[in-house]
Design a protein around this ligand. Structure first.
Ligand SMILES: [Zn+2]
Length: 255
C-alpha cells in the first residue's frame, strides 16, 4: 500500500475515534441524541454542584444579619440547588429514556422552567437587599412574573420555537441587569457582568451539539462558572463575610 493509502486509513481512524464521542446533528425540530460518553458528562458536570449549592445557600443563611438577608439566602440557595438537581435528574432520565419517554419530556420542560426561576432567584438578593430607584423597585416582582410567563410558554410551546425560547431567556437575563446598573451602590456590578459574560459565551456551546463533542457538557461548565462568579459577588457584596466570626472577634477588626 502506498503512502496516500496509509494517510487515508489514519484519517478514517480519526473519524471513527470522534464518532465514538459525538453523534450527527439532528434534523430540524428534532433533539440531538448524545452518545453515552456525552450523557455521562452531562450528568456529572451538574451533579457535582448539588451539594456545594446547598452548602453555599446555608453559608449565606449563616452570615445573614437580618430577616430579609435570611429569606434571600433561602431563595437564592433554593434556586441554585434546583438548577443543578433538576438538570442532573433530566440528563439521567434522558440517558435511560427507552422506557421513560413521557417522563423525559416532562423533566425537559421542568429543566427549562427551572432556568427561568434560577435567573429570578439569582437576581432576588440584589433586587431586595439593595436600595432601588422609584421605578426600578417594580423589578422585584416583575422578575418573578417573567419567570411565570416563561414557564407558561414552555408548557404550551415547548421545543417548537427554539430561538424564541433563547430570546426569552436573554430578555429575562438582561432586563434586571439594567435595573442593577441604575443602583446608587455599584459594588459587585463588575462580578455580575463577568458572570453574565460567562453564560453568554456558554450559549455558543449550547448551540453546538453535533458539531463539537461534549458541547452540552461544556455549556454546563460555563453555567457553573457563571453561577460561581455570581455566588461570589452575592457573598462578597451583599453578605458581610466578617459575620462568620463571633462579635468578640469582630472587635479586633475595628480601629
Ligand atoms: Zn443540560
Amino acid at each position: 500500500m502506498g503512502r496516500g493509502g496509509c494517510e487515508g486509513t489514519q484519517r478514517h481512524a480519526g473519524l471513527v475515534r470522534w464518532d465514538r464521542f459525538m453523534n450527527h446533528r439532528p434534523l430540524a425540530h428534532r433533539r440531538y441524541e448524545p452518545t453515552h460518553y456525552e450523557h455521562a458528562a452531562n450528568c456529572a458536570t451538574h451533579a457535582l454542584w448539588i451539594m456545594p449549592s446547598a452548602l453555599g445557600g446555608a453559608a449565606l443563611h449563616w452570615q445573614a444579619g437580618d430577616g430579609w438577608q435570611r429569606l434571600m439566602a433561602w431563595v437564592y440557595g433554593a434556586a441554585l440547588c434546583a438548577l443543578f438537581t433538576v438538570s442532573t435528574a433530566f440528563h439521567t432520565i434522558s440517558w435511560k429514556k427507552s422506557h421513560l419517554r413521557t417522563v423525559e419530556h416532562c423533566f425537559h420542560m421542568f429543566d427549562r422552567v427551572t432556568i427561568y426561576f434560577f435567573i429570578a432567584g439569582t437576581y432576588a438578593p440584589w433586587l431586595n437587599l439593595r436600595e432601588l430607584g422609584p421605578w426600578a423597585v417594580h423589578m422585584r416582582w416583575l422578575v418573578w412574573m417573567m419567570a411565570a410567563v416563561g414557564s407558561l410558554y414552555i408548557y404550551h410551546f415547548h421545543e417548537r420555537h427554539k430561538m424564541l425560547e433563547l430570546l426569552f431567556y436573554s430578555i429575562m437575563a438582561v432586563c434586571p441587569a439594567l435595573v442593577i446598573l441604575s443602583m446608587p451602590d455599584q459594588d459587585g456590578v463588575l462580578e455580575l457582568a463577568v458572570g453574565g459574560l460567562l453564560y453568554a459565551l456558554g450559549v455558543v456551546f449550547f448551540k453546538s451539539d453535533g458539531r463539537l463533542p461534549f458541547a452540552h457538557a461544556i455549556w454546563h461548565v460555563f453555567v457553573t462558572l457563571g453561577a460561581a462568579t455570581h455566588y461570589y459577588a452575592t457573598w462578597r457584596h451583599l453578605y458581610k463575610p466578617c459575620a462568620l466570626f463571633p462579635p468578640s472577634l469582630r472587635l479586633l477588626d475595628e480601629p
